[in-house]
Design a binder for this molecule. Sequence first.
Ligand code: SIN
Length: 538
Amino acid sequence: MNDNHCDFLVIGSGIAGLCYAIHAAEFGSVIMITKKQDSDSNTNYAQGGIACVLSENDSFEKHIEDTITAGSELCNPESVRIVVEEGPARLKELLQWGVSFSKSRSTDNPYDFHLGKEGGHSENRIVHAKDLTGKELEDTLLRRVRSLNNVAIYENHFAVELITDHHLKKESLPGTCYGAYVLDCVERSVFKVRAKTTCVSTGGAGRVYLHTTNPAIATGDGVAMAYRAGARVANMEFIQFHPTTLYHPDADSFLISEALRGYGAVLRDRSGNAFMDKYHKSGSLAPRDIVARAIDNEMKISGEPCVFLDIRDKPEQETKQQFPNIFKRCLKHGIDITKELIPVVPAAHYICGGIVVNHTGNTDIANLYACGETAYTGVHGANRLASNSLLEALVFSYRAVHDAAIKVTTNTVPKACQIPDWDDSGTHDFEEWILLSHNFNEIRSVMWDYVGIVRSDLRLHRALRRIDLLEKEIENFYKKTRITPQLLELRNIVTISRLIITSALRRKESRGLHYTTDHSKLNNRYWRKDTVLRKKSE
Ligand code: SIN
């Protein structure tokens, strides 16, 4: 059986995983595993950019205040300060690695960026590469990772479970991590990757919802796996719904970046009324939770299936030049955004909660780190400020890898014989794989219908009953079946669904992204705290 070992195991290949791997390679051997192609990640789809204090008008204090205000008093102030203050140094590093951002005018000054604006930001501070920031980052960082001799990239490999003391028959929880059991998705065999340190950076979980801006890989694998291994997860109820995705049957919730509203696009109803002024003083550029709920409300009142974004007033050439990706994609669906209204609806976009980590990316499990959307650092609180997530991934992956680098000097890799091989005896191939996709669709519909933008106790309990049933069915199936990537994703997504619903039911108030009609007010007296879940002690 295949057996591998390394100093640093990195699970996931988005911005957090790639940056972690690049730095880790300075200190030792790295194995990066990714369940599809190395470029399949949420990062690749990010349009907006990286929020960073760079202009003379801006200050760290302003960015910190904007972040904390958006987070509805639930941000960890120290985490926010770290991210904001260390952001410029990390951005500089990206430039050194060859990432190219849009400039404000043709000049040789590498820092003369065109700074965009997005909802909730008091200043222009979004560094971007037109409307394809994620792709620019992913392509450049991947090129760099591929050029490093001591990084091995395993594509089409899926982390099944973290290897912890539990597998070594030591009963301590949360214990220590020694690597992961990994499925070779092509060969369909599971082998061990033994590691001195392991980092989970598997991205988000948007696919838990029927409508999402996230790609198919976003099934919350890292959070589900770390939770099963005994790590705490927090604030899973705070799901950010992006207010504006293209409403078109063939568009698969294509994101219409908030940067378009920063540039001047206005939200209108079918009759042309700019309705956002009724909801917030910042109008169409209000924070995302407010805009998404306002759109939901407008659609409920009017019975219309969407609202509209209007950018027709802006100069045609400038719009095409700044938003080439959005322009092209909408045109493909028959909408010329320079002349026509863009039909939009909200869709699940980002999860603010995740695996609890400290300021150096350590989880509760020794030698296990988490960074990126998978981690809960406390930066986003109850609502993430636009374009803060790439920044958080950069800063915290750097901190995590430098902490891990100290550990690899003293940690040892357990011998292969000390860790049991993956045991799939008694499992069989299944003939009705179609039932898996039925389960998947069922979960996504339940979550969309009952655990969406506006919640209630009745809806959440209804969702929990259905998810409980599905979880039992899937677990039973998992025990008997030879695993496939689809089965692993299904198992993870049902765990994530339960974590979201359980957290939402616990929070008896409305705050940030969690809005419930049964507890519609903010309740600082009892609920200005994180919702923390841990297996067994729940
Ligand atoms: C967007 O471009 O609107 C998304 C950016 C983000 O979610 O931070």
